[in-house]
Ligand binder design. Structure first.
Ligand code: FES
Length: 133
């Protein structure tokens, strides 16, 4: 499913976002890039920023908090992002490999200028294909 386009305007892309890819080949088709540094805007979510920069995080429900395939680890910049809502917390519990810093990338919205570091585990690409529903 395609990502639902944002229905609101974003400000300028001034927030540093770094993605750490455990499976660069699976996520980008380019095995050489284990780190991708880019810029996001306040009001954008992490999934949108990843997709804009060629990082194909799974997003089976299209970014509406109805699956857990867009699970990521928010390594740095927790205070720069929104607090998870109850719906997100319920969903993220269904994801494999859950940690204290687990978030759903489609629900993680940038709220301030602090740099953000996101790790995308290797199993992200495979969760949908290997776990039958
Ligand atoms: S894409 Fe389904 S919850 Fe994020």
């Amino acid at each position: 499913m395609h990502m639902k386009a944002s229905d609101h305007d974003h400000g300028p892309k001034t927030v540093k976002v770094k993605f750490l890819l455990e499976d660069p080949e699976g996520l980008t088709g380019d095995g050489g890039k284990e780190e991708v540094e880019c810029k996001g805007a306040i009001g954008e979510n992490i999934l949108e920023i990843a997709l804009e920069n060629g990082i194909n995080i799974e997003h089976a429900c299209g970014g509406v908090c109805a699956c857990s395939t867009c699970h990521i680890y928010l390594e740095e910049g927790e205070n720069a992002c929104n607090e998870p809502e109850d719906d997100e917390l319920d969903r993220v519990e269904e994801a494999p490999g859950i940690q204290m810093n687990s978030r759903l990338s489609c629900q993680t919205v940038i709220e301030s200028e602090e740099p953000i570091v996101v790790k995308i585990p290797a199993w992200n690409r495979n969760a949908v294909k290997e776990v039958p529903h």
